[in-house]
Structure formats: structure tokens, C-alpha cells
Design a protein around this ligand. Structure first.
Ligand SMILES: Cc1cc2nc3c(=O)[nH]c(=O)nc-3n(C[C@H](O)[C@H](O)[C@H](O)COP(=O)(O)OP(=O)(O)OC[C@H]3O[C@@H](n4cnc5c(N)ncnc54)[C@H](O)[C@@H]3O)c2cc1C
Ligand code: SF4
Length: 503
């Protein structure tokens, strides 16, 4: 056991004696301070304001520091949850941020957008006690924000190993690519991230709106990677501007493809091509990445008075709440199952309701109608009921015969899922891809059918979550490093690069 762990054990004992488990569990869960709904629909300001230091310390004191912390089983990147929470409890906020950064490249992002209620918090021991779980996500955000806002030089940051001279390329700068880049640079690799767009961050920048995840937060996390030495090349579409062979010619020994699933799906129903019907991808990218709707910006975007968003995931919630902020008088979610089956984070659903969004659940559009200029003016909606569970485990929606109604709308945002962009698989014909267009990998190593090409995130999963994408990036980095290690005779990879990825 090293010195740090001894110190850790000592303060845990001290803390346990300070507050009894009964006192800890009697403390109610903290409430996140937030902007009032009537104000926030007038602007793009972040809705959740973050905990104060006092709130964070009190919330952290609820954690029972379980000997076998089940919360960690629920975290796809295995964050040492009691470790960082207990640092907050004793006021060591930078230490808490360091613990987070050992396993997560983007804690300020994950603290804001991870579905904690389905992951770490769902496994917290408090659930068994019929009490609200420790607010792990709020605490994660608090520690990461503290470090950023204090512009703190983290005293626990470990120096990264000497460069090993081996070049690796990353395709795509979303959470999977960033997480891979962070782990590899800390192991001494020479890392370059190629991004097709003019901004780094993937969906974190072009998808998730400012009111939920400010770009400045994402930018600060990217700056951290830049400071470690990661290079970013924007406006470079791999598969068009650079080929697989070009990457080899540039000296890259390993490639991690994290190009996401940016191809929107449509329902294929009559009238879906009318003016005023677009995908969430297009709508959110215009507004979040290209500044549409902001004074002085050139990018146009249609503004509707009666806006229907089709779908029940995070993308749908982001779109409908954006529509409210763009001035929609009536903004509605149209979802074919019931609210219980909605994949969106519960908090986003609650926030949408507070902001006046109408929820038309058990409804499915079957046709759009247009005016004489070809612009959508109404949708025909089929009422549904829930039948037996389908292959997703959720009860499948069945149409109620004859229950169709017509609803006036002037803008429709389709948010029914995404598919992987086929560019990379078309450009690299030897790459094995599934029928869905995802890159086929070994689940444990993320290695593809090509020995030097690994892949992770939505391009493999076909649309998942930030933390799962990050977990893939970490696994791929560990496995690629292992492969290079086996080949160390050829490239002389240093043996001492496998320590804690701190910093
Ligand atoms: C609107 C929206 C809201 C969401 N909300 C949440 C949420 O609250 N919580 C959550 O956990 N998840 C959420 N998700 C899902 C989550 O954002 C994704 O699962 C995650 O971003 C996937 O990460 P990734 O790195 O695989 O891909 P992406 O984030 O999609 O990044 C891929 C990047 O690769 C680039 N790229 C593509 N092709 C090429 C190429 N040929 N050459 C170079 N670059 C290329 C793209 O431009 C993009 O920047 C949301 C998704 C959307 C769209
Ligand atoms: S399960 Fe809950 S109480 Fe136990 S260590 Fe994890 S967060 Fe703390």
C-alpha cells in the first residue's frame, strides 16, 4: 500500500468517527440551484447553476463510503466515486478533481450530461434504503468546475512520461476521440486528432446546446489536452482529404476512428420532404455550431410558431427546448411510447415540462400536410397503445385502429435516431462493418479487422452516450498501448508508461 493510500485510510477512519452513518443518511439530498423557467426560455444561459461549496460538502457527507461501493459498478469508466466524494467532504476540492481525472478526461462534461440516474446513482446503496442516492453527478460537476474556475494548478498532477516518438492519429474529436487522445498522450505518444468540422468537440459542441453544456466548459477540457501536447487539425475529413494510406505515409502507427453517428434517420412517411421538416442534427448544428438565430450571424434557421419534435431521447429534448428559446409559442414532443419508456435523461424531461413543452406521448406521426407553397402546415398523428415488450425490452407501441387526428404545425424536427456516417467504411474497403454500418471491433480491445485501426464511440455503438464513448476511447488506448508494447522490439516503447493516468 503506498503512502497516499495510507493517508486516505487514515482520514476515512477520522471521518467515520466524526459523523455517524445515521446522521449521514438522515441528511436530505441536495437540490441543484437553477434559473427560473420563465427567464431561461428567453436566453441560452446554462439552466443548472452548480452547487455552492457548502452544498457540495454537505451532499458529500451523505456518502457512506461503502466498503464495496456499488456506485462504481455503475460507472462505465470506473471512477473512484467514494474517493472523489470524500475529498469533497473534507474540503480538498482539487484532490477530488484529480481523482476524477485519473479515469475521466471530461469530468465537467460528464457531471452535466451523463445519465447518472441510470448509471452510478442507480447503484448507490441509498436506493436499497428507499432514499435518494448521493448526487454523484452534481458532485462530479462541482469538483471539475472548481478546478477550472479557480484556474488551479493541480498539485497532484503527475508528469507525463517522456515522449516515446510513436505517432497515433485520431479521427473525430468527440468524447471517444478526446478520451483516447488524453490516455495516449499521458503514455508518451505523439497524438494528432483530425476533425472534419471547424470546431473541436463533436456532439458536445454541435449537438448539446449551450443551456445544458456551455461551450466554454468543453473548450476548457480541450485546452487541458492541448496543454498536455495533443495536436488538433480542424476542417480535415479523413477518407476525403486524407486516406488511410496517407495516414500511414505520415508515420502514424495506430489509428483510432471515433467518427460518431452523424447521419440522421427519417421515418419515411408521406410529406416528410416538405419545407419546414428537418432533422435534429441540422436544426441543432445550425444553431449551436453556426450561430443561427444570434444577432449578426448569417446562418438562417426556420423559426416555427407551432413546433413538433418527433422522438423521446436527449436529442429530441434539446431540440424542443431550443425551439422554445427560438420563440415557439407551442413546442411539443411527439413520442410513440409512454413517458416511462423515454430514453432522455429524467432531468431534461422535467426541465422541458417546466419550460412549457407539451408532451404528446403514445402518438406517432403518419403523414405531413403542406400549404400551397409546399410548407408543412399540419401532421396526422396516430394514437398508440402499449403492447408486449419488443427486442429493446420496452413495451412496443401498437396503433389504435381509427384513432388518427390532425394537428396544425409549422415546423417539424425529426429526432428518431442516427446512423454511422459511411464515409470511413467506404474509404477503407478492407474494414469490416456491420449491416447497420457500424465498425465491427473486438469488444475487449476495440481493435477492428485491421490490426492498426481501432474504433469506438457511436461509430461502433450506433448512437449511445458520452460516457460509453469515453469508456471505448480508454479501452482502445489501453489495448493499442499493449499491442505496441508487444512490438516494443521494433519501436522501443518504454516500459514505465503504464502508471496511473493522472493529470
Ligand atoms: C443533441 C444530442 C444530445 C445528446 N445528449 C446526451 C446526453 O445528455 N448525455 C449523453 O451521455 N449523451 C448524449 N448524447 C449522445 C452523445 O453525445 C454521443 O453518444 C457521443 O457524443 C458520441 O461520441 P463520439 O466521440 O463517438 O462521436 P461524436 O461526438 O459524434 O464525434 C464524432 C466527431 O467525428 C467527426 N468526424 C466524423 N467523420 C469524420 C471524418 N471522416 N474525418 C474527421 N472527423 C470526422 C465529427 O465531425 C464529430 O466531430 C447526445 C447526442 C446528441 C446528438
Ligand atoms: S454506493 Fe452511494 S453511499 Fe456507497 S460509496 Fe457509492 S455513493 Fe457513497
Amino acid at each position: 500500500m503506498n503512502q497516499d493510500m495510507n493517508r486516505d485510510a487514515a482520514w476515512r477512519v477520522a471521518l467515520r468517527s466524526e459523523k455517524s452513518a445515521k446522521e449521514r443518511s438522515a441528511t436530505p439530498r441536495v437540490t441543484m440551484p437553477m434559473l427560473p423557467a420563465d427567464y431561461r426560455i428567453t436566453c441560452n444561459e446554462e439552466v443548472n447553476r452548480g452547487l455552492s461549496a457548502e452544498q457540495a460538502v454537505l451532499e458529500a457527507s451523505r456518502c457512506l463510503d461503502c466498503p464495496d461501493p456499488q456506485c462504481m459498478q455503475g460507472c462505465p469508466v470506473s471512477i473512484n466515486i467514494p474517493g472523489f466524494v470524500k475529498n469533497i467532504e473534507r474540503g480538498e476540492f482539487l484532490q477530488a478533481a484529480s481523482v476524477l481525472k485519473m479515469t475521466s478526461a471530461l469530468p465537467a462534461v460528464c457531471g452535466r450530461v451523463c445519465p447518472q440516474e441510470k448509471q452510478c446513482e442507480s447503484k448507490c446503496i441509498y436506493n436499497k434504503m428507499k432514499k435518494s442516492p448521493v448526487a454523484i453527478g452534481y458532485l462530479e460537476r462541482f469538483a471539475a468546475d472548481f478546478e477550472r474556475e479557480e484556474h488551479a494548478v493541480n498539485p497532484v498532477a503527475v508528469e507525463r512520461p517522456a515522449p516515446n516518438g510513436i505517432k497515433v492519429a485520431v479521427v473525430g474529436s468527440g468524447p471517444a476521440g478526446l478520451s483516447f487522445a488524453g490516455d495516449m498522450i499521458k503514455r508518451g505518444y505523439d497524438v494528432t486528432v483530425y476533425e472534419a468540422l471547424h470546431e473541436i468537440g463533436g456532439v458536445l459542441k454541435y449537438g448539446i446546446p449551450e443551456f445544458r453544456l456551455p461551450n466554454s466548459v468543453v473548450e476548457a477540457e480541450i485546452d487541458g489536452l492541448r496543454a498536455l501536447g495533443v495536436r488538433f487539425v480542424k476542417d480535415c475529413v479523413v477518407g476525403k482529404i486524407l486516406s488511410y494510406d496517407d495516414l500511414h505515409a505520415l508515420g502514424y502507427k495506430g489509428i483510432f476512428v471515433a467518427s460518431g453517428a452523424g447521419l440522421p434517420r427519417f421515418m419515411g412517411i408521406p410529406g416528410e420532404n416538405y419545407i419546414g421538416i428537418m432533422s435534429s442534427n441540422e436544426y441543432l448544428t445550425r444553431i449551436n455550431l453556426m450561430g443561427a438565430g444570434r444577432p449578426g450571424e448569417d446562418t438562417p434557421v426556420l423559426k416555427g410558431r407551432r413546433v413538433a419534435v418527433i422522438g423521446g431521447g436527449n436529442t429530441a429534448m434539446d431540440s424542443v427546448r431550443t425551439a422554445r428559446r427560438q420563440g415557439a409559442e407551442a413546442a411539443m414532443i411527439v413520442y410513440r411510447r409512454s413517458e416511462a419508456e423515454m430514453p432522455a435523461r429524467i432531468e431534461e424531461v422535467e426541465h422541458a415540462k417546466e419550460e412549457g413543452v407539451q408532451f404528446m406521448t403514445l402518438c406517432n406521426p403518419v403523414e405531413y400536410l403542406a400549404d400551397d407553397k409546399g410548407r408543412v402546415c399540419a401532421m396526422k398523428v396516430q394514437r398508440m397503445e402499449l403492447g408486449e415488450p419488443d427486442e429493446s425490452g420496452r413495451r412496443s407501441p401498437q396503433p389504435i385502429p381509427g384513432a388518427i387526428e390532425e394537428i396544425p404545425v409549422d415546423l417539424v424536427i425529426v429526432s428518431v435516431g442516427v446512423s454511422p456516417n459511411p464515409l470511413i467504411s467506404h474509404a477503407i474497403s478492407a474494414l469490416e462493418v456491420s449491416r447497420r454500418g457500424t465498425i465491427v471491433v473486438n469488444d475487449a480491445t476495440m481493435q477492428s479487422s485491421l490490426a492498426d485501426l481501432y474504433a469506438g464511440g457511436d461509430i461502433v455503438r450506433g448512437g449511445a452516450t458520452v460516457i460509453l464513448a469515453m469508456g471505448d476511447g480508454r479501452r482502445a488506448a489501453g489495448a493499442m498501448h499493449g499491442l505496441f508494447h508487444e512490438m516494443s522490439d521494433v519501436w522501443s516503447v518504454s516500459d514505465d508508461t503504464d502508471h496511473d493516468l493522472n493529470g
